[in-house]
Design a protein around this ligand. Structure first.
Ligand SMILES: Cc1cc2nc3c(=O)[nH]c(=O)nc-3n(C[C@H](O)[C@H](O)[C@H](O)COP(=O)(O)OP(=O)(O)OC[C@H]3O[C@@H](n4cnc5c(N)ncnc54)[C@H](O)[C@@H]3O)c2cc1C
Length: 487
């Protein structure tokens, strides 16, 4: 078996968290390698959904550091909109996924990150609590990558699981997880016709239940750069009655970009699969791909403005919202998130709403039966701190973790899975790995003051201090209430 050269830091997974982790590690002085099973950086971040929750509900930034720099660089080339305040989602920021992948690659190259694409980590070698090497499968066969410090950004905590680290799966009790969806993009959409239809049919773009923001009408949606809309419920009902729609979802989620005729569609949904089980995932792919076909037929037949639409981008794989949550040195809870708690050892902030898609098609939510096929959303008024213990597995010495599999309960994971938060935890996990490799110590032994100082020097936001200049009326809106919302 070929043994590859040794790096200071190996990042497994070059997705939302991993790409940022690698850039952070390299900027901290580590020779860094990313191992990624596909041929590009960005992971789920590169599917075209709006970046939600980069600001909290009062207009304070939670996203800083390398992730914020990515957004700023995209904005200079028309690849991202400004963040607009949204009391339910904190903020909405539209982005162009193709430009995003390329800018991320450019930033990684500039930082000196080495890439090993089309290679999957399939096992880990250990010596007690220490990970000594990674087993990688690619076209050459099996290869070994010796490990100094490893960052697990595989989204499913593959490294932690292969190394024998402990983890929880889904929610306590029944291990059910949030459903999976295939996100896809369609083109040739006549947006004037779409907005015109919604202006005449406000019932098809109703404000989410519990909405606390400014008037939620067509003017609001049209003027929000990169609007994120859940609508067309009456058209879905009509199509269901005619036998034309079988997806277990009540509304169509879509993200728009100003001046563009392309739209990102978030509606397919598969319940009850284990995102780490290849047989389950294969079944889910089949189901979700056939749903895509039905959705395109639905869009063309039922939704004004989509008559001539066609698919312009299918995702590289089914989007898994939840699987393993590592057992870390700290377990983030729903209360930590909703109360906007701060911690002396925090490594960044999160403000993505606590966003839980019904784990079953007929959901028992909030203690009473509600119509299934929805999402329960707890807005975040004040961003919360993320303690360093969430990114350090409690039973492995030289591994840090970033992204949606960090140490959090099923509920808190509904928030930390947001793209902005994944970039924040990725940045911290990569930087911590680099500092530990440099000092020849374990992640848990790196002085927290050194980690925090290094992150701040790279633009990370550890305190809630930076507010967008114009946030008129936001505090008043948010004070109106923060009850959970049903989408
Ligand atoms: C369907 C869906 C819709 C969502 N909508 C939104 C939204 O609108 N707004 C928002 O802010 N957030 C949204 N989210 C949440 C957010 O996009 C994800 O939680 C987040 O992007 C996950 O980041 P990550 O780095 O943990 O994983 P990913 O971005 O998935 O990155 C993991 C990377 O690791 C690679 N990998 C995995 N295993 C291995 C291995 N063994 N070896 C090598 N490489 C490996 C993968 O190929 C991938 O590139 C959505 C998520 C889903 C699934």
């Amino acid at each position: 078996m070929r043994v590859r050269e040794k790096y200071d830091v190996v990042v497994v997974g070059g997705g939302t968290a991993g790409a940022i982790a690698a850039i952070g590690a390299a900027r901290t002085g580590a020779r860094t390698l990313v191992v990624e099973r596909y041929g590009h950086l960005g992971g789920v971040l590169s599917l075209g959904m709006a970046l939600l929750g980069s600001l909290d509900g009062e207009g304070y930034w939670a996203l800083g550091g390398v992730g914020r720099e990515l957004v700023a660089r995209l904005q200079t080339i028309g690849g991202a909109t400004e963040a607009s305040i949204d009391p339910q989602f904190g903020s909405v920021l539209g982005q162009d996924p193709e430009l995003l992948k390329l800018v991320l690659l450019e930033m990684a190259q500039e930082a000196g990150v080495s890439m090993l694409f089309h290679s999957t980590v399939v096992d880990a070698m250990t010596d007690g609590r220490r990970l000594t090497g990674l087993l990688v499968a690619n076209k050459r066969g099996l290869e070994v990558i010796p490990a100094t410090a490893v960052v697990d950004c595989s989204s499913d905590a593959d490294v932690v699981a292969h190394a024998g680290g402990s983890f929880a799966f889904g929610r306590d009790g029944d291990q059910l997880t949030q459903p999976a969806s295939r996100i896809f993009r369609v083109g040739s959409v006549n947006m004037d016709r779409v907005w015109g239809y919604l202006a005449e049919h406000p019932e098809d773009c109703q404000a989410p239940e519990g909405w606390t923001g400014r008037d939620y009408d067509i003017d609001y949606l049209r003027s929000t750069p990169g609007a994120s809309l859940e609508g067309f419920a009456s058209l879905i009902d009509k199509a269901k009655a005619a036998g034309d729609f079988h997806v277990p979802r009540a509304r169509l989620g879509m993200n728009t970009l100003p001046g563009r005729s392309e739209v990102t569609i978030n509606i397919t949904r598969v319940h009850g699969l284990n995102g780490t089980d290849p047989d389950d995932v294969s079944e889910g792919e089949v189901a979700a791909q056939l749903q895509m076909l039905e959705v395109v037929r639905f869009l063309r037949k039922y939704v004004p403005g989509f008559e001539d639409t066609h698919i312009i981008a299918a995702p590289y794989q089914l989007g898994v919202r939840e699987s393993r949550h590592i057992h870390g040195r700290y377990l983030l809870t729903k209360e930590d998130v909703l109360e906007g708690r701060d911690f002396p050892d925090q490594i960044g902030r999160g403000s993505y709403p606590l966003d839980i898609h019904d784990v079953k098609p007929d959901a028992e939510v909030l203690g009473s039966k509600v119509k299934g096929g929805g999402v329960t959303l707890w807005p975040i008024k004040k961003s919360f701190g993320i303690p360093v213990g969430c990114i350090i597995p409690r039973d492995l010495d030289n591994v840090t973790v970033g992204g949606r599999c960090i140490s959090a309960t099923h509920e808190a994971a509904g928030s930390i899975r947001g793209q902005a938060v994944c970039m924040v935890t990725g940045h911290a996990a990569g930087t911590l790995a680099a500092l530990s490799a440099k000092a020849g110590t374990f992640a848990r032994d790196v002085p927290i003051a050194l980690l925090q100082e290094t992150l701040r020097a790279q633009g990370a936001l550890l305190e809630r201090t930076a507010r967008i200049p114009s946030a008129p009326g936001i505090a008043a809106d948010v004070d109106a209430g923060l009850e959970p919302t049903r989408l």
